[in-house]
Ligand binder design. Structure first.
Ligand SMILES: NC(=O)c1ccc[n+]([C@@H]2O[C@H](COP(=O)([O-])OP(=O)(O)OC[C@H]3O[C@@H](n4cnc5c(N)ncnc54)[C@H](OP(=O)(O)O)[C@@H]3O)[C@@H](O)[C@H]2O)c1
Length: 244
């Protein structure tokens, strides 16, 4: 029997590595990983089936990576996890007040969190054969919900995740006409213990800071139980819908 195929993009993220670990441990799927840093996978006893290194997540790098996937002549991809996202870097901190807002930081966060995921979806969609179901999960965040925004702050990150959600919603409407086999999921993992959340963990209530393994197991179960219904689902780690 042919194994299902999973693709993980931004595979060096803390949560992405935990998803990969689940898949490799249970040997359920063939696995392709894409990242700027594949060292975690190079040292694995059982490595992913294919590893594709990218220099960055520019439009040209994304196009070239998808060409490499096409060269693998895989029959179908059944699950895709687009995991990358930026909240802070050496030069960027989430804004506490308007005075902190910086044009070039905003552009960098938007490119990583909103532009790159839609470029992946644009480039991958033509190779997702209409005969096979494919569920594409993109990592969003609850702070991308306009209704949920009670605290303010984090202008760029919030705006990038709200923009991501709008791009995904628009894509879901188009795919309903053009590729009914594709399901889009915009996912909030909850506050999870990774490099991204490290500087902001001290105010997280007891029991609300998840480990990556827990989130990965939750997500895999959510994805596997999600019907292909030609809509975008915006859900959290419990599978509960988030208001837009
Ligand atoms: N951790 C949380 O508490 C939390 C909460 C809500 C939402 N999320 C979302 O969940 C996703 C995964 O987060 P994580 O916590 O696992 O993050 P992480 O461990 O900090 O991993 C960072 C991820 O972002 C990618 N990345 C780093 N710089 C980038 C850039 N300049 N342009 C594009 N991509 C870049 C990395 O790709 P490489 O593989 O190439 O290094 C990697 O996939 C993100 O979308 C994040 O916004 C996380």
């Amino acid at each position: 029997m042919i194994k299902p195929q999973t693709l993980i993009i931004g595979a060096n993220s803390g949560i992405a590595k935990a998803i990969a670990d689940q898949i490799l441990k249970n040997a359920t799927d063939n696995l392709i990983v894409i990242s700027r840093d594949l060292s975690f996978y190079k040292n694995k006893g059982v490595p992913p089936t294919h590893q594709i290194e990218v220099n960055d997540y520019s439009a040209i790098s994304i196009t070239q990576a998808v060409e490499k996937i096409k060269d693998l002549e895989i029959q179908s991809i059944n699950r895709i996890f687009i995991c990358h996202g930026v909240l802070h870097t050496n030069n960027i901190q989430p804004e506490k007040r308007l005075e902190d807002f910086d044009a070039s930081s905003f552009v960098e966060v938007m490119m990583a969190n909103a532009l790159a995921p839609i470029l992946w979806i644009k480039s991958l969609t033509p190779m997702l054969s209409s005969k096979h179901e494919c569920k594409i999960t993109v990592f969003s965040a609850r702070v991308g919900s306009i209704t949920d925004n009670k605290l303010g702050g984090w202008y760029s990150y919030r705006a990038s995740k709200a923009a991501l959600n709008m791009l995904l919603k628009t894509a879901a409407i188009e795919l309903k006409r053009r590729a009914k086999n594709i399901k889009l999921i915009s996912f909030h993992p909850g506050t999870t213990d990774t490099e991204l959340s490290k500087p902001f963990q001290k105010n997280v209530p007891d029991g609300k800071l998840f480990n990556c393994e827990f989130v990965a197991k939750q997500l895999i179960s959510i994805v596997d139980n999600m019907p292909i219904d030609n809509t975008l689902s915006y859900v959290d780690w419990q599978g509960k819908e988030i208001e837009w």
